[in-house]
Design a protein around this ligand. Structure first.
Ligand code: SF4
Ligand code: SF4
Length: 146
């Protein structure tokens, strides 16, 4: 998918290493909690599942730059039942567990997002937070206009 998130571009990418530190921290916390996902991919079929993925402009930038995206049904990084962007997937992907919607998982997501926002604020960057489909449509429209 020939998309480039020009609204975030290079200045946001300076935060990338901090984003991956947060991803690693989050994954370790989730592993400690023993949360279970069968990796069936159902929740990545957003329309069918009645689900949305919200993410920051930096998370999207990393996804678009480091992983190929498809035009198939569901999330552009879903291939069959598998996520093609496991290493780059967003905070919301890492904290969605259909079998465990307890408050502690939501709190962990909020903590990770807060860490990212604070890092961005220290760097003088105002991260956008947007639903994935809306972000991709906006970027496609920008691409048509350029
Ligand atoms: S969270 Fe649930 S629906 Fe989503 S991939 Fe895991 S088991 Fe499947
Ligand atoms: S990036 Fe991967 S885990 Fe996240 S919604 Fe898309 S396919 Fe699912």
């Amino acid at each position: 998918m020939p998309l480039s998130n020009s609204k975030t571009s290079s200045h946001c990418l300076a935060l990338e290493s901090e984003l991956f530190e947060i991803y690693n921290w989050l994954d370790a916390r989730i592993a400690e909690m023993g949360l279970c996902c069968d990796a069936c991919g159902q929740c990545c079929h957003f329309d069918r599942y009645g689900h949305q993925l919200w993410l920051t402009s930096l998370e999207l930038e990393v996804l678009l730059r480091d992983a190929p995206a498809s035009n198939g049904p569901g999330c552009p990084w879903l291939c069959g039942h598998s996520c093609e962007a496991r290493g780059q997937r967003a905070l919301g992907c890492r904290t969605f567990f259909c079998k465990d919607r307890e408050q502690h998982v939501t709190a962990l997501h909020e903590e990770a997002l807060d860490r990212l926002r604070k890092s961005a604020a220290r760097a003088g960057i105002d991260l956008e937070y947007e639903e994935l489909g809306a972000s991709l449509e906006r970027l496609a429209d920008q691409g048509k206009g350029s």
